[in-house]
Structures are given as C-alpha cells and as structure tokens.
Design a protein around this ligand. Structure first.
Ligand SMILES: [Zn+2]
Length: 396
C-alpha cells in the first residue's frame, strides 16, 4: 500500500480500516468527526468513506431531523452487510448460531449428540443445521464473512483442529474447516471453549475485561485468560487447561486423562457424577447433579460446593499471578451459582493475597448456555472486521 505524506510525521495517516473502526465503535458518525479524530483532510476522509461504502460495511443516510442548512449525512456500520456462523461444540451438546455483524443473534439451534461421536458424524450435522438456520431467517443470499468454532480441550488455532484432547476421541489433528467447504467460502476460526466464553463477556464490556479470568466448570474444567486486554493462548494454545493440575486432595484418585491426582478427578463434573453414582444415585450428567443441588438435595449441594472450593484453591494461584479485575464463572455448574461460588469464594479469597483480590469481582457469565457460541461469533468478528482485515479486503 502506498502511504501518503502525513502532516503528522509521527503517525501514518489513518487507513480506511481505521476509519471503519471509528464508525463501528460509534466514536464518529459524520465525516467532520472523522476528520477531527484522524486529522485526515476532507478529501482523504471522502475517499475512505467511499471505499467502505462500496465494500458495504458503511452506509450513509441523510439526517432528516436536521432543520435549516444542508443536513449532515450520518455514517453508520451496516450490521446487515453480512452474517457469521458459529458453533460451540461440546461433548454431549453443541450450540449453533447465525449472527449479524454487530454480533447479534439472528437464529440459534442446539444439537444433542452421543458422547464420543467423531467429527465425521457430527460436523455434517452441524453444517446442515446451520444452512437450515440461514434459510429460516431469510438470509440465504447474505455474504458469510466467517465461521467460528469452539471445542473443549486445547485447540490448535493455526491448523484449526483439536490438539491432544483426552476427551474428544477421534478429533485430534482433524482440520475442521474443510467440513464447511460447501457451506461457505469464508475463513473458519477455531478456539478452545473457555477462550470463546471470555471473548463473549469482553464483547459487552471491554473496559472491565482488560485483565479477566473465566472458569468453565462443566463435565471438564477449563479457563480463559485475558491479560492486558489480550486473550492469552500460551505457546501451544494450552493456556488455561488447569483441570489436570495435580492437587494434594486428589492424590491417588484416577483421572480420565489416564493419570491420577488431577484436580478434575475430584472437582470436574464427571467426577461428581461418579461420586454420586458410587453412592447408588441415578445420575448420568453434571446437569442432572446441578438440578438436584438447586432443588435442595444435600449431597449434590455438598459435592458442588466442594468442587467450587477445590477449583478456587487452584485458581487462587492464577489470581495471584494475573491480578484479574473479574473472575467469571461459567459452564454447567454455574447454574448452581450460589452453591458453587460459595465454595469458590472461600478458597480464592482465603488463598490469594489481599491485594490481588482487593478489586476482584466474581460474577456469572452474561449469556449462560449461549456464552460459547456468542464468543465464537465474537472471535470471527474480531478477525474479519479488524482494521487490518478491512484494509486487506480493500486491497491495501
Ligand atoms: Zn487428569
């Protein structure tokens, strides 16, 4: 791209992508404001707005409210300029969604699947349901800008596949993007479920999510970490996989990963189900245990509170390391929020330093069961609507 000479030698002139970011965020809605914020000349603003309008991302409307003189044209981000597809793949249930470019739900669906189902069985079902959803909402002609997927366990974001998952049998190393070849020519993005969930929270409240920790407590355990405003994946994408951290209380207890002594072996949803089954109780999933706890079953309540306590003990170390402003609790166990968080709060505050927890807020996910799918869509939008992606689309 050819850079024009700038009157501000310290900063290159704002690109069309950067101008779009100002319109998308609502920071500017007229050409005059764009000129003020960017320092661009009227003609430079005009050429960028023209490019964005041609791309369909920005629309310009006459302000009919204005009286006298020539009314200023209002610029706005056209959230109807396309759609994104998202799927939060779980072990026994997957959430699907079609979203507008503002990240708003247009349609959603749930797929209940057998535990242990492989990608060759599940992925075609997911693409078929997504295609049906697009038709249902009358958006068959819309441009699909991207597809977002989240999976439990570690995601290899570069190759778009599961990595060394102890639970997603048959998924490791299988690239998921090719399953969408007939549905969309758009890019497919993949991440871990807890990472997607923390993005869903941040979407609504970026200021409060510069340093955030999200714990997903379901059948398995996972965490999403935002530090300094950036999602942290670690060197191999395994950041936040704290379920198989060894903990003294689990010494000698067999874990589903093949090892023993893991936190999950005493605090994961599957371990709680196992504990109740060993007492002769008829439960098959952590969601059933949560229902029992909420309806007052003392043993279910005790197990969920204990899980919160054990998880909090391990998370206290992360709170000391990261000093987050918010700890978000999501996953199936978050539906017994008061019970689970009573245990969690006790050990997080008891084991982390007073300073690391002084300004810490503990809260539930905003979107409940839809957290993962909303976050998967947010991940796509962060990519395809970024200033750089827009400049790339304009052939910058
Ligand atoms: Zn383990």
């Amino acid at each position: 791209m050819a850079y024009m000479r700038s009157s501000r030698p310290s900063a290159p002139p704002a690109t069309a992508g950067e101008v779009f970011a100002l319109v998308r965020d609502g920071a500017a809605d007229t050409r005059t404001e764009l000129g003020k914020l960017t320092g661009l000349s009227r003609s430079a603003v005009a050429s960028r707005v023209a490019a964005l309008t041609a791309l369909g991302l920005v629309v310009e409307t006459e302000d009919t409210q204005s009286t006298g003189g020539r009314p200023p044209a209002r610029l706005s981000f056209d959230v109807d300029a396309g759609i994104v597809l998202a799927a939060a793949i779980g072990r026994s249930r997957s959430q699907l969604g079609v979203f507008g470019l503002g990240g708003e739900f247009l349609a959603s669906d749930t797929v209940d699947q057998e535990i242990g189902v492989g990608p060759n069985e599940l992925m075609p079902q997911i693409t078929k349901r997504l295609e049906a959803l697009i038709h249902d909402v009358g958006r068959a002609d819309s441009r699909i800008l991207g597809v977002g997927l989240s999976i439990p366990g570690t995601a290899d974001t570069a190759r778009g596949c599961s990595l060394d998952s102890p639970i997603m049998h048959g998924w490791d190393g299988v690239p998921l993007a090719p399953y969408f070849a007939d549905t969309a020519s758009a890019p497919v993005f993949l991440d871990n479920d807890a990472n997607a969930m923390v993005l869903a929270e941040r979407r609504d409240n970026r200021d409060h999510f510069q340093n955030a920790l999200l714990v997903k407590a379901s059948t398995g355990l996972g965490a999403g970490i935002v530090a300094g405003g950036v999602l942290q994946r670690g060197s191999l994408g395994a950041a936040g996989e704290f379920g198989h951290t060894k903990t003294a209380a689990a010494a000698g207890v067999a874990c589903r990963c093949g090892d023993s002594g893991c936190l999950e072996a005493i605090a994961g949803g599957w371990a709680i189900v196992r504990a109740l089954q060993n007492q002769g109780r008829d439960v098959g999933h952590i969601r059933g245990v949560v229902d029992l706890a909420v309806s007052g079953d003392p043993e279910a309540r005790r197990l969920i509170r204990d899980s919160g306590r054990q998880i909090g003990e391990t998370l206290a170390g992360a709170v000391n390391l990261l000093n987050p402003e918010v700890l978000v609790v999501g996953g199936d166990m978050a539906k017994a929020y008061d019970i689970f968080v009573a245990g969690l709060r006790e050990t997080v505050y008891g084991n982390a330093t007073a300073l690391a927890t002084r300004a810490l807020t503990i809260q539930a996910t905003t979107h409940g069961d839809f957290s993962g799918v909303i976050g998967s869509a947010a991940m796509v939008l962060d990519h395809v609507l970024s200033a750089r992606a827009v400049d790339d689309a304009l052939g910058g």
